[in-house]
Design a protein around this ligand. Structure first.
Ligand SMILES: Cc1cc2nc3c(=O)[nH]c(=O)nc-3n(C[C@H](O)[C@H](O)[C@H](O)COP(=O)(O)OP(=O)(O)OC[C@H]3O[C@@H](n4cnc5c(N)ncnc54)[C@H](O)[C@@H]3O)c2cc1C
Length: 390
């Protein structure tokens, strides 16, 4: 069967659904989203959901800040369901040798308008008494940051998009994008053909593989990352804010009344998105729990609640690719979000819809996310030498 539509989005993670919603709400008629499996079945459903602003580059700091405004005011700006935004505040910890980069980052973030400030050890202690702090470290406090629910966000975007006429088709892997005379002419699945002049590839960890049939080679690597949740004894640690801890190379956040989620930035391995181990390993549990205990004394007595692994889509500069494809009219790529796509998704949806409809992103300059930067050797600088926070 052949269907004709103005746009096809390939991939039903938080990116694809955000783009779908933003296109339909800007007047695109009946766009279609094709999802291989179920909504959120890729990275989105395994995301830790942290929403923090600390980045080294203006582009990601601005995307995070613009997105936070949407998360905070979700009901009036998007709607379609609860996305579970919880403001906990977020503390950034850096070791002595990263202080220069840290100060430059905070200065840039403050220019963007982000609510962040460097705080003294005494102030940090008052803000978050549960943390063990070291005199050699520096600390920043983001009062507005917190976390949300990535799967619920994808669902809310798709619900709102469908209410406005979009179609979301599950269990329908796109098999190819058809190009005719240098332009997108259709997207195909095993059983259907969707005639369209616009296709957006938002296929997360499957992107590198999917792009092959188009002859597009990008350094996109699916990498496996583990996370655990611990049930605290609330006598020892009643509560704590979120944190990006570059001394111990972990990030963490509270979940509900007594759980603490913890993940890391320095353990990763390349993985096959169709066949990776989705469970946490004992080695990881031991390592990460020990590291968290250095920051959060008392967590040694917690109970292991659960653990799992998911996939990042990693690029050499840990920055995403958001671009139109030169030489193929109507083809767009939105992938490679490493460990930070959830918190950027609301603004990315706006920027990509502007790119498609107006030829350029108006919300902010996204030229540093162009696909040609790898071949040009013009990578984004992450300032830090570690990967917990890019
Ligand atoms: C363990 C972990 C922790 C994380 N923590 C955070 C965090 O705290 N904060 C944060 O901001 N980010 C975090 N992230 C990153 C964030 O989750 C991702 O960057 C984001 O979810 C990427 O969304 P996406 O839509 O690009 O990809 P995905 O969610 O992977 O979506 C891609 C979709 O495309 C579908 N697909 C693939 N191929 C096809 C095809 N041929 N046809 C149709 N559909 C196809 C897939 O099934 C999938 O559903 C974390 C990620 C992981 C794994």
């Amino acid at each position: 069967m052949t269907v004709t539509t103005e746009a096809v989005i390939i991939g039903g993670g938080v990116m694809g659904t955000s783009i779908l919603y933003n296109l339909v709400s800007r007047g695109v008629k009946s766009p279609i989203l094709l999802e291989r499996d179920t909504l959120g079945s890729g990275s989105t459903g395994r995301s830790s959901g942290a929403i923090r602003m600390h980045y080294s580059t203006e582009v990601n700091a601005r995307l995070a800040w613009e997105s936070l405004k949407i998360f905070r005011d979700w009901d009036s700006m998007v709607g379609g369901g609860q996305v579970g935004f919880v403001k906990t505040g977020y503390m950034v910890f850096v070791p002595d040798d990263a202080k220069d980069a840290f100060r430059q980052n905070i200065e840039m973030q403050q220019k963007v308008g982000i609510a962040t400030e460097i705080v003294s050890m005494q102030e940090a202690r008052e803000l978050a008494p549960a943390f063990r702090l070291d005199e050699s470290e520096a600390f920043a406090w983001e009062s507005e940051s917190g976390h949300g629910d990535p799967s619920a966000t994808a669902l809310a975007y798709s619900t709102r998009a469908r209410e406005s006429g979009a179609r979301v088709i599950l269990e329908s892997p796109a098999t190819r994008v058809e190009i005719t005379a240098g332009r997108v002419s259709a997207v195909e699945t095993a059983n259907e053909r969707y005639e369209t002049s616009t296709a957006v590839i938002a296929t997360g960890p499957w992107s590198s593989r999917f792009l092959t049939h188009l002859g597009i080679k990008l350094p996109l690597k699916p990498t496996r990352h583990e996370v655990i949740l611990l049930r605290r004894t609330t006598d020892a640690i009643p509560n704590h804010p979120g944190g990006g801890d570059m001394s111990n190379l972990i990030y963490f956040r509270p979940e509900g009344p007594d759980l603490t989620l913890v993940g890391n930035g320095n353990r990763e391995e390349e993985a096959n998105p169709d066949a990776y181990n989705p469970r946490a390993t004992m080695d990881f549990v031991q390592d990460i729990w020990g590291r968290l205990a250095k920051r959060l004394p008392g967590i040694e007595d917690a109970e292991l609640f659960t653990g799992y692994a998911g996939l990042y889509t990693t690029t050499p500069d840990l920055h995403q690719v958001v671009d139109k494809v030169d030489g193929i009219e109507g083809l767009y790529i939105c992938t490679g979000f490493s460990g930070h796509g959830f918190k950027l998704a609301p603004a990315i949806g706006v920027a990509v819809s502007e790119l498609i409809l107006e030829g350029d992103a108006k919300l902010l300059d996204i030229s540093s996310l162009r696909m040609s930067r790898f071949a040009e050797g013009d990578l984004n600088s992450t300032r830090y030498s570690f990967k917990v926070i890019a």
